[in-house]
Design a protein around this ligand. Structure first.
Ligand SMILES: [Fe+2]
Ligand SMILES: [Fe+2]
Length: 395
């Protein structure tokens, strides 16, 4: 690949020096010139003192690195985190501009069966607490312990998106006139939800108090929390209920909620990718974490998460209904768990090798390629109001 700044031959020579860099997309590059490094970044030039830049780069670590208050991402070390950060920003959406009038009409008439209503109620009930758990854990357990600026940037964006997700639940509750106290009371006592939440948050209080991350067992606790939040909870335990709500959307039912869940799901795919990337970098920098026993511990943890999730799926969908087969959702849980495990080079758990909901992946990835939100953001700026359109409909 050539670039306006660096020729291919130069690029090959520079590849192994982190101070001289050009991104695959060509929008970030750096080149040494005498005592300075010239960064081309976000269409601007930055001149950095070479020795200070090298020092800063060497101090950058996932954990236990140099901490600085200014959170300056240059010189960039963790490029993939910055790429995901930009992708998250490009996907920005606002819940309260999503038109919920059709949902409200369907909710207040008999357009939905009792079993379909239950799925929506479970969606609202589970995610109301779950989004908060993720946001709180990423803030106090993950972001707080990260030391490299670009990782913190991406992680802070992750937290902000959890706030958007929390906001979307409020938009649903308000639009459908659901009693907030009733929802909270009803769902905090459902055993399958309580067990899922307790399982994920079990070790968080200790991590929130701050632990010495120079010790291997503590590094492993941090790595496990990262795995628990991003790969088990967001990556596995969110997907079946997403798929149920989006199956209703496919049948033209509760399409405003479906649209919000579609955007949320796309956000989640970035959160999972970010978590996997941070975890991979953490392990590379701290190989003492990645013992055989620890790898087995993570697989066991995922296995427990899968069993709890299957119990939850059976609660959400006790039997097959039109357009939804319970077994497919159970398979989907295993399929997702395996995707997360394989993504980290860990052994998989099930024999499910194909996605029972291929259409769902298509929805997420096609929309990304279309960069749908570029037009959406313009609409925010011009009219301040967004209506559901055919473009948003599921295929
Ligand atoms: Fe979320
Ligand atoms: Fe998330």
């Amino acid at each position: 690949m050539s670039s306006a700044l660096v020729e291919q031959s130069e690029l090959d020579a520079l590849k192994n020096d982190p101070l001289n860099f050009i991104s695959a997309e060509g929008d970030v590059s750096a080149k040494e010139e005498g005592d300075v490094v010239i960064y081309q970044f976000r269409n601007k030039s930055f001149r950095l003192d070479k020795s200070k830049a090298r020092q800063r780069l060497e101090g950058k670590k996932v954990i236990n690195g140099h901490r600085s208050a200014e959170l300056n991402v240059l010189p960039l070390k963790y490029h993939e985190a910055y790429r995901i950060y930009k992708q998250m920003k490009a996907n920005h959406w606002e819940p309260d501009v999503i038109d919920m009038s059709k949902d409200a009409h369907q909710w207040n008439t008999d357009a939905l069966s009792a079993k379909e209503r239950w799925i929506i109620e479970m969606g609202v009930g589970y995610f109301s607490a779950a989004e908060g758990i993720v946001g709180d854990s990423v803030l106090h357990v993950i972001e707080d312990n990260l030391t490299a600026a670009e990782l913190k940037h991406a992680s802070l964006r992750h937290i902000a998106e959890e706030s958007i997700h929390m906001d979307s639940l409020l938009h649903i509750i308000g639009s459908l006139n659901i009693d907030l106290d009733e929802v909270t009371a009803k769902f905090q006592d459902i055993p399958s939800i309580r067990k899922k939440n307790e399982f994920i948050t079990r070790h968080m209080p200790q991590l929130k108090m701050g632990i010495d991350l120079t010790q291997t067992p503590n590094k492993q606790k941090f790595a496990k929390a990262l795995f628990a939040i991003t790969q088990v909870m967001e990556g596995t335990q969110f997907y079946a209920l997403f798929a149920m709500v989006l199956s209703l959307h496919r049948q033209n039912k509760m399409t405003g909620i479906g649209q919000m869940f579609q955007y949320t799901l796309r956000d989640e795919s970035n959160h999972i990718a970010l978590g996997r990337y941070i975890l991979s970098e953490l392990i590379e920098e701290n190989p003492d974490i990645w013992t055989e026993a620890f790898r087995a511990e993570l697989v066991d943890f995922m296995s427990e998460g899968v069993e709890l999730e299957k119990e939850f799926v059976r609660d959400c969908l006790p039997e097959d209904i039109i357009g939804m087969r319970q077994q497919e959702f159970l398979d989907y849980v295993e399929y997702n768990a395996d995707r997360r495990l394989a993504g980290l080079g860990l052994p998989t758990l099930s024999k499910i090798r194909s996605n029972p909901f291929g259409w769902l992946d298509e929805v997420i990835f096609l929309k990304k390629e279309k960069n749908f939100f570029e037009t959406r953001v313009t609409e925010y700026q011009t009219s301040g109001s967004v209506k559901n359109s055919n473009e948003d409909d599921l295929i």
